[in-house]
Design a protein around this ligand. Structure first.
Ligand SMILES: [Ca+2]
Length: 287
């Protein structure tokens, strides 16, 4: 029994240590292709977009979801928070991405939050710089989760923002990301608290409308867009994940967003990450 007790204590210590460092158990599993809990203290795993004026790793525990560090994004007044991109070439047909996000109190305006890009397998940039353009089925597609404050008070609600070959034009004749809303009841975001946001993107079989996108908020399926044609060729695959803080200059006062526990996986991720340390074992008695 003493040996069992010793093993139990060691395992508890290991678990507490892992939690303290912010590591999620899921990051050690085969389906997961990318994790960043920001405990490294730098943003070196991000391959494009880093801007030291906008992006920093904070150690202010009040703004950390798990562990000791998180990403702090500053939106300067009249501007936005930029982006951070990571590629997975040549790519996948089906991916999940999940982040924890918190909006500063107060927060005014809308913002992109996260996105999955379908780029050409022979050109990792084919989906970038495409704002306002309609995809042709062979060049790119994009699925994003963004916030919108038209129908819900700031910081608004989470909606889908999508670029795909059958998208519709805006009144200005441009093809800005098309909006798709949550299922009812639509959930309004609150400032000053963490949300677990997950986006699932299934690319269609070329020639079929069997693609889709889904969103979860705090583990609850909140939105689903089925029967989507994202592409007409498998030369397009889902091969980039982006934390995006573009706000089209809508931010009128400097404000901040925090991000932690980023995971990209080929399987559903969920919200198992907890900011509550596991309770110490109780009821153990030496025999
Ligand atoms: Ca962390």
């Amino acid at each position: 029994m003493r040996i069992l007790l010793a093993i139990a204590l060691i395992m508890s210590a290991v678990l507490i240590l892992e939690k303290a460092h912010g590591a999620e158990a899921i990051c050690g599993t085969a389906p997961v292709i990318f994790c960043d809990d920001f405990e490294s203290g730098n943003l070196n795993v991000w391959q494009d977009g880093y801007n030291p004026i906008l992006h920093a790793v904070t150690s202010t525990l009040a703004n950390v979801y798990q562990g000791q560090k998180a990403l702090q994004v500053t939106y300067p007044s009249g501007s936005d928070g930029g982006w951070l991109t990571r590629w997975f070439m040549p790519g996948y047909d089906h991916l999940f991405s999940r982040v924890y996000v918190k909006f500063e109190n107060p927060w005014v305006g809308f913002s992109k939050v996260l996105g999955l890009y379908g780029n050409r397998t022979d050109n990792q940039w084919s989906g970038f710089g495409q704002a306002g353009n309609k995809p042709n089925g062979t060049d790119f597609f994009i699925a994003m989760l963004v916030t919108l404050n038209w129908y819900a008070p700031d910081p608004g609600e989470v909606i889908f923002y999508s670029y795909f070959p059958e998208m519709t034009a805006a009144p200005d004749g441009k093809y800005w990301g098309n909006y798709f809303y949550q299922n009812d009841p639509r959930e309004r975001l609150q400032t000053g608290r963490w949300y677990c946001l997950e986006l699932e993107l299934q690319a269609n079989t070329p020639g079929l409308r069997d693609g889709f996108q889904r969103m979860w908020i705090d583990g609850v399926l909140k939105g689903e867009v089925l029967n989507m044609r994202w592409r007409d060729t498998t030369a397009l695959k889902i091969n980039a994940f982006q934390l995006s803080f573009s706000a089209s200059g809508s931010v009128t006062a400097t404000e901040r967003v925090w991000i932690d526990n980023v995971v990209v996986s080929t399987q559903e991720i969920g919200c198992a990450a907890s900011n509550t340390p596991p309770a110490p074992p109780t009821g153990l008695t030496a025999q």
